[in-house]
Design a protein around this ligand. Structure first.
Ligand code: ZN
Ligand code: ZN
Ligand code: FE
Length: 760
């Protein structure tokens, strides 16, 4: 039969995830000869054989590709046959395998878990991994991704491991972190100033310590974690004290899906993402409280399944159904990722015992957090399991460094058409977080051989990231960089456009906490008509008074008071509201006077503030323990309602005052908090939809991008989405990056790339 040959170029995240061995096996299955070789940002494949087999190979490629691979495009062309006899994995011309893309860390796979039961060399070995699973980003120093460029370089393979590593048919062919009991990393247990070695000695200590209610600091994939028994109130309260975390819920780790079910509802989509190789924390709707100490005041439970061999062994052995699971750091400080800091943390009383190992974490990454809504996913924190997987744009981004926003920061670098977004950094106003931010800009740049030519930053003059631009100007490698400031909410909307390849005029909606506006005021509920190059601010929520500036953000009662006073003037103090039982008249009068005298008064149109004010009026929160507490509690008290408050739009401002009046009137009429939350959610959804329709009526635009942290609220995003799509709108939301400020850097990148293209 006549032979055919094809050249195939696959573009995407296909390196370091077992893709070449897969191609090797796949070609052999179809009896094809040829070769596969890594190429910049992808692989090249040559196959030859019968036409049917070549076609079969092509058509089933995507179905069988390794789970952690992401094929972006496949291009193929007919070429001359070369009469090859075998299929081979080739080195590149430079003699390397040229792995230039870096995969995120991958949760341990089922086959490896089985090996830990059956293979002597790996029985109960907590560093078991294979070509399809294990650490990647967290251990790599440099590309190409090779063992010698990773923190596995200090461990030399034993003969058996080397054999597996070199055998193309072995599950561990070219698994860079390959190891076994005889040659790999090891754990050490540290308690009462005594060190214990040897897994057989350590494991029983670990289990009994957790069962005794101790708090353990353990080294995991992307950093150290604090764990304790989820059924032990005292341990959890101690953990709250250590972390200085009064009200923010903790996540819990269960053994498997079955063991979650008594405590939380799980949809099919949620089950899929919980079990996925990325293994993020998923916010589930709670069924029965596993322990109120974990998430008092919230109707969701953050759940994660084990993703390292250590986690699996622990959860299988422990009698308790779940462990509390949180990153090891003090309140909002950077995640601890090296042994020295962990020992210091232990010695300062941060935990009762420490479990560390001798493989360095090169790139730290917190656990990722997501929630699932009817129309898609909300990535709330994009870190371990997602980073550094690139977002692919339709234009070049080479040389662009986008610094992101100051809260929930991520930054990103541009390589060719790929945007590589950093792990979650946290809040840059914290000195140590800012230090780590600087280090990670260097690390990520070095890792991907990135040379900056453009620095993009937020418009806010007081952001630490903005001030950094000046400092960088004198620094090696940054001297000649061009600079560009991007408006915060334009960036939010552009992040959605970038994800979905939108490059036209659309209606962009950013429902957010705070962002610096063109007029120097704080924006945050923006309806724009925009493309990637420019925007027009069409409508926004009327400005709300923040007495005390940022203090009013931390103390939402000030907002509730100011807005209640605006609506009812002096009568507000005589209204029969529970609110007055929590905040003294003196405190209230002081704020009102300060507002009257224009002392320390800022103005914000942030939708987050309206949620804060209503949450405070309902006494769900007066002083926030963490950013977003008020809005999250308001979402947690939601109950479906048929009622809605009227929405008034005057000129280019949407009025909030009538909503506040209606909420207070409902409270005076003894309407329940749950019902008011229902009415309020209906109202905000209606406000957003009506504003969009009003804009669309004028310009005929039917494509809408929704972003901003307020859309983490599942009820709101579903209501707005349904309302709009029922009326013939195309709705786009963030699916790959956070709609909160963690997505700002991508938006900055997309805007900069567009402007650069226009300048050429
Ligand atoms: Zn594996
Ligand atoms: Zn070995
Ligand atoms: Fe924002």
């Amino acid at each position: 039969m006549e032979k055919k040959a094809r050249h195939i170029h696959i573009y995407g995240l296909v390196q370091g995830v077992g893709f070449r061995p897969f191609i090797y096996r796949h070609a052999n299955q179809f009896g094809l000869a040829g070769w596969v070789r890594n190429h910049m940002a992808g692989v090249d494949i040559h196959v030859e054989g019968t036409e049917d087999n070549c076609l079969g190979f092509m058509n089933t490629l995507r179905d069988h590709a390794p789970a952690a691979s992401a094929i972006v495009s496949v291009k193929s062309s007919d070429v001359k046959t070369q009469n090859l006899q075998h299929f081979e994995i080739l080195k590149s011309e430079n003699g390397h395998y040229n792995i230039t893309d870096v995969s995120p860390d991958i949760a341990v796979c089922q086959d490896c878990l089985q090996d830990m039961q059956q293979q002597d060399r790996r029985s109960a070995y907590p560093f078991t991994n294979c070509t399809h699973c294990g650490p990647r980003f967290s251990i790599i120093r440099e590309i190409p991704y090779d063992r010698c460029n990773s923190s596995m370089n200090r461990f030399s393979m034993c003969q058996d491991c080397r054999h597996e590593y070199n055998d193309v048919l072995d599950r561990r062919f070219h698994a860079q972190p390959i190891s076994c009991k005889f040659c790999g990393p090891e754990y050490t247990w540290f308690e009462n100033d005594k060190r214990t070695n040897g897994w057989n000695n350590i494991f029983p200590e670990l289990i009994s310590a957790i069962e005794q209610g101790k708090i353990i600091c353990l080294k995991s994939t992307g950093g150290f974690q604090l764990v304790c028994d989820a059924s032990n109130d005292e341990s959890i309260n101690r953990l709250r004290h250590i972390k200085q975390r009064k009200t923010r819920p903790f996540a819990v780790m269960f053994c498997d899906i079955k063991s979650i079910r008594p405590y939380a509802y799980i949809t099919d989509k949620e089950e899929k993402i919980l079990n996925s190789w990325r293994r993020p924390i998923v916010l589930l709707k709670e069924k029965n409280a596993i322990n109120p100490t974990i998430n008092q005041g919230f109707d969701t439970l953050g759940v994660v399944l084990p993703y390292t061999p250590l986690h699996f062994m622990m959860l299988q052995k422990l009698k308790t159904p779940a462990i509390v699971f949180t990153s090891a750091n003090l309140n909002s400080q950077p995640l601890i990722s090296d042994n020295r800091n962990a020992v210091e943390f232990y010695q300062k009383g941060g935990c009762d015992a420490l479990l560390y190992h001798n493989r360095e974490i090169v790139n730290s990454a917190d656990d990722s957090v997501v929630n699932i809504h009817k129309n898609g996913i909300n990535i709330i924190r994009r870190s371990r399991g997602y980073v550094p997987e690139p977002i692919y744009l339709s234009r070049k981004v080479e040389g662009i460094l986008a610094l992101g926003a100051d809260l929930k920061n991520t930054f990103c670098i541009g390589k060719d058409q790929r945007v590589i977004i950093s792990q979650y950094m946290g809040d840059l106003e914290k000195f140590d977080v800012f230090e780590r931010y600087l280090q990670n800009i260097d690390k990520l740049s070095n890792l991907f051989h990135f040379k900056p030519a453009h620095i993009i930053h937020d418009l806010h003059p007081d952001y630490y990231s903005t001030k950094l631009v000046k400092k960088l100007a004198n620094q090696n490698g940054y001297e000649d960089c061009k600079k560009l400031a991007v408006q915060h909410h334009h960036a939010h909307i552009a992040s959605v456009m970038a994800e979905h390849g939108l490059d036209e005029k659309i209606i962009g909606v950013s429902m957010d906490g705070a962002g610096y506006g063109d007029d120097g005021k704080i924006w945050g509920s923006e309806f724009m008509v925009c493309d990637l190059n420019d925007y027009q601010r069409i409508l926004h929520l009327a400005y709300m008074p923040l007495q005390g500036g940022d203090t009013a953000v931390r103390e939402p009662w000030r907002l509730a008071l100011a807005m209640g006073y605006e609506a009812f003037r002096n009568d507000f103090f005589n209204l029969n509201l529970d609110f007055h039982n929590y905040i003294s008249k003196e405190q209230q009068m002081m704020i009102i006077k300060a507002i009257g005298a224009d002392i320390n008064l800022a103005w914000s149109s942030g939708m987050g503030r309206l949620f804060d004010a209503v949450a405070a009026l309902l006494n769900l929160v007066h002083t926030s323990g963490f950013e977003g507490e008020g809005p999250m509690k308001l979402e947690s008290t939601y109950r479906p309602s048929k009622n809605v408050y009227p929405v008034i739009i005057k000129g280019n401002e949407i009025q909030y005052s009538s909503i506040i009046t209606d909420v207070i009137t409902d409270l005076l009429n003894d309407v329940s908090v749950e019902e008011i939350s229902g009415r309020f959610h209906n109202t905000v959804a209606k406000m957003i939809s009506e504003a969009i329709m009003k804009i669309s009526d004028k310009n005929g635009i039917k494509k809408v991008a929704l972003s901003g942290g307020v859309f983490q609220n599942r009820i709101l995003i579903e209501k707005v989405w349904n309302g709009l799509s029922d009326n013939g709108y195309e709705v786009y939301t963030n699916q790959k990056v956070p709609c909160n400020d963690g997505g700002i850097s991508l938006g900055q990148m997309a805007i900069a790339a567009k402007k650069m293209e226009l300048c050429v």
